[in-house]
Design a protein around this ligand. Structure first.
Ligand SMILES: Cc1cc2nc3c(=O)[nH]c(=O)nc-3n(C[C@H](O)[C@H](O)[C@H](O)COP(=O)(O)O)c2cc1C
Length: 187
């Protein structure tokens, strides 16, 4: 079997529109029913929703307190807009850092889950993010764990990486399967 991977020259937000077009094509090819998007502000999810219609769309934000204690980064009006469009939004502890980050912040060193995250970042930031938000969305009950989905992630803002994967819950993380790389920045 031969499949294409689109390599972006550089990571970052400027790849978002092309990435979404590529996702749209692969979604049709594989008849994918679910897409999860990492979107701190909701902006990337709105772009995906604009381009791709007939799909279960799940939008994952940073956990409250990521930047400032007790504060969510997504504007509540945007969150509501997404919900009114039929898009599920979800905020929870980050699957690939979680309490482990609190432990390493306090005591130094590194926890196994943070090593997993850094290993996935050897491919791209967005690659790690795709895996992470898929676990989070599956644990929130928004994604199947027995079907292929598309996950979209990026480098701080926007999107530059998309994977076809079968999600898993955090308690069976090694069941997660990455089937295809649709696009990513070339490391
Ligand atoms: C749960 C979560 C974890 C993320 N982790 C990282 C990360 O480790 N590295 C990174 O460059 N971006 C990370 N991001 C940012 C995303 O990859 C993506 O670029 C961003 O959510 C897009 O948000 P926007 O729609 O507001 O532009 C993360 C986002 C979320 C929601």
């Amino acid at each position: 079997m031969e499949k294409n991977i689109h390599f972006f020259e550089k990571p970052g937000k400027e790849n978002t529109d092309t990435l979404i077009e590529l996702v749209k094509i692969r979604k049709e090819e594989l008849n994918i029913q679910d897409i999860v998007v990492a979107s701190v502000s909701g902006e990337t999810t709105l772009k995906v929703a604009d381009a791709i219609k007939d799909v279960n769309l799940v939008s994952i934000t940073h956990h409250a307190g990521f930047r400032e204690k007790g504060k969510l980064e997504i504007d509540l009006a945007v969150n509501k807009k997404l919900n009114n469009m039929g898009i599920s939004t979800y905020t929870s502890s980050h699957a690939l850092s979680g309490v482990g980050r609190g432990i390493s912040n306090k005591f130094g060193g590194v926890t196994p889950v943070e090593v997993m995250a850094e290993t996935l970042r050897m491919i791209s930031q967005g690659f790690k993010v795709c895996v992470e938000v898929s676990i989070m969305a599956a644990d929130g009950g928004f994604l199947p764990t027995d079907q292929e989905i598309i996950a979209i992630g990026g480098n701080a803002r926007g999107a530059d990486t998309a994977l076809v994967l079968t999600p898993a819950h955090m308690n069976s993380i090694f069941d997660l399967r990455i089937h295809e790389i649709i696009a990513m920045p070339r490391p």
